[in-house]
Ligand binder design. Sequence first.
Ligand code: TMP
Length: 224
Amino acid sequence: MALFVTFEGIEGSGKSTHLRLLADHLRAAGHPVVETREPGGTAAGAAIRRLLLGTDAPPLSPLSELLLYCADRTEHVSIVIRPALAAGQVVLSDRFSESTIAYQSYGRGLDLTVVRTLDAHARAGLVPHLTFLLDCPASEGLRRIAGRHASSEPGGAAPKGAAPLPLDRFERETLAFHERVRDGFRTLAAAEPTRFCVIDASAPVETIRARIAAEADRRLAKAA
Ligand code: TMP
């Protein structure tokens, strides 16, 4: 049963963890699942991701940033997402169009009409069937990110004794930037309450996992 599901949220909201947990749940129920992400879901996308978020990423103007995210999406939609949906698979994408609107328009301040127009070209008419917004205060997301980057801390991503992982261009942004991004996501979700499922990302992992699994099961049953 083809279903296109996206996960959105600020840094440290836990969306990548919950995408993986949903993939496990759906596979256990016998659904073919494709896990993918933006940027970086294709070979060109991986190069674009390094340019945007790699350790030696160069400074970029907000417009160049927008164009790169849209180039990544153009490839991702045509090479990965559409073929998988045509083959009847469930596609789970870590970020999609709402990230562009929230980060490049609400965050960076680019004109909303310009951002929406370029995104519309990139996704070429594709709209997710279901979007989970993992929502938590920006301060909480940033606290989790800081923990992940601290070397040899319990739960930190860097192995014991290793140098801390450098922060990327968005992780280095101010709390005010991340608050604007969060506000963008919440505004987008409020405008499309049928497609969006807003999840309190401060809740325990198991509570969130069960809520997401139940909602995906409900949508799959409806689509069948
Ligand atoms: P992540 O894969 O770890 O979530 O990192 C992706 C980063 O790129 C994250 O900071 C959000 C940002 N981003 C945008 O600014 N615009 C976009 O369109 C997308 C897909 C991501």
